[in-house]
Write a protein that binds this ligand. Structure first.
Ligand code: ARG
Length: 299
């Protein structure tokens, strides 16, 4: 294995912390934690299109309307900014129609950047493009992956554990590569339903210690692991999963979520979360939701 991690000088900006609002009503187990301002990397869908099929949502014959996608993506970006989060942008590259799905570009924790290595040739050039953004922006610890992985699409970071998906895209060998690189425990979860080909299509962290998920997307053993780790999880039904309702972004207080996920929205509200519904039907034609378009930069 090559020593690919390289030290680089550069500033690392600590995100400002905002106090969490007082809980309203009876607190339920799902809510809690503090709301800190997040730093997100997004890629404008200037070259977005559905022109190949690498997941069951994509229909190149039906295609997608780029203008609508741009409008919906701008809505997501504005929602983050209105919540006080910081959004950085990476330049879209012509010929990479899925580059809008920034979550797949890398995994960034404690300022350490683990690069993506895509499963499909159609997206291969996105890995170096995202890594290059981090290098140019002064990130100190950048690692090119030895193993196939699709960044935050399959790695979701909580306070004490990183949840890692496998089965469709990310190689299980990348899970241990990440554990060594980040020095954080990584728990492997096996995905079994092709509609939910990335972990972030079936599960999202509500805060640093709890999650929402659709059990049917996981193998029996992984469902058991999730029950043990998260006895107070918000369990989503198939209807909500089928509109990519679990491809949501929570800051611990607010949950930015596809507006069509009605059942999940109510469950989150009952759990004390503030729901921020987003219209995102056009990006879904490529198999993506709000979280797919969002790469969180931690530290
Ligand atoms: N068309 C893209 C693909 O199949 C969608 C990626 C969605 N990203 C995500 N984080 N789930 O790779």
């Amino acid at each position: 294995m090559l020593g690919r991690e390289r030290a680089r000088p550069g500033p690392s900006a600590a995100p400002g912390v905002r106090p969490a609002p007082a809980a309203a009503g009876v607190p339920l187990p799902a809510a809690g934690g503090s709301t800190a301002a997040r730093h997100f990397l997004m890629c404008p869908p200037e070259h977005f299109a559905v022109e190949y099929r690498i997941n069951p949502w994509m229909d190149p014959v039906a295609g997608a309307d780029r203008e609508v996608a741009i409008r919906q993506w701008e809505g997501l970006r504005s929602a983050y900014e209105a919540l006080g989060h910081r959004v950085s942008l990476i330049d879209p590259v012509e010929g990479l129609p899925d580059m809008v799905f920034a979550a797949n570009g890398a995994l960034v924790v404690d300022g350490r950047v683990y690069g993506a290595r895509f499963t499909h040739a159609e997206r291969a050039a996105e890995g170096p493009a995202y890594l290059d953004w981090f290098v140019r922006n002064g990130y100190e610890r950048v690692r090119e992956a030895d193993f196939t992985n699709e960044g935050e699409g399959d790695f979701l970071t909580l306070d004490h554990v990183v949840l890692a998906g496998t089965g469709f895209r990310t190689d299980v060998a990348a899970h241990s590569e990440v554990q060594e690189f980040l020095g954080r425990p990584v728990v492997t979860l096996r995905l079994v339903d092709p509609r939910f080909y990335h972990l972030d299509t079936a599960l999202f962290p509500l805060n640093g210690h709890n999650v929402a998920y659709f059990p049917g997307a996981f193998s029996p053993g992984s469902q058991e692991v999730l029950r043990r780790l998260f006895p107070h999880a918000v369990i989503a039904g198939e209807d909500d999963a089928a509109v990519l309702g679990l491809n949501a972004v929570s800051d611990g207080t607010h949950v930015v979520i596809n507006e069509e996920a009605a059942g999940l929205r109510s469950a989150l509200e009952r759990g004390g979360f503030e729901v921020v519904p987003i219209e995102f039907s056009e990006l879904r034609k490529a198999g993506g939701g709000p979280k797919c378009c969002t790469l969180e930069i931690r530290g």
